[in-house]
Design a protein around this ligand. Structure first.
Ligand SMILES: [Zn+2]
Length: 80
């Protein structure tokens, strides 16, 4: 899926990102077992995943259609 990021103007392929952070997950695991487990499960569920910008991890983007992408390529708007 090609996107144009509304946050940093990135144009290109969207990437699958995880909500939350790995460090928070580890901290929770160390301090409290149960919340850590729930947090891990949440992050691994489809709920905890989203498509977003690989540069700034923002989920605020506009989807670029195949035709738009072709136009952008022709205009040289894309950094190869
Ligand atoms: Zn971005």
């Amino acid at each position: 899926m090609k996107i144009k990021c509304a946050n940093c103007d990135y144009m290109g392929e969207a990437t699958l990102l995880q909500k939350g952070s790995r460090s928070k997950e580890i901290a929770l695991w160390c301090c409290l077992f149960l919340p850590g487990l729930l947090y891990t499960l949440w992050r691994q569920s489809s709920d905890g995943r989203y498509m977003g910008c690989p540069q700034c991890k923002s989920a605020q983007f506009r989807r670029i259609t195949r035709r738009e992408w072709k136009d952008l390529e022709r205009q040289g708007a894309l950094k190869a």
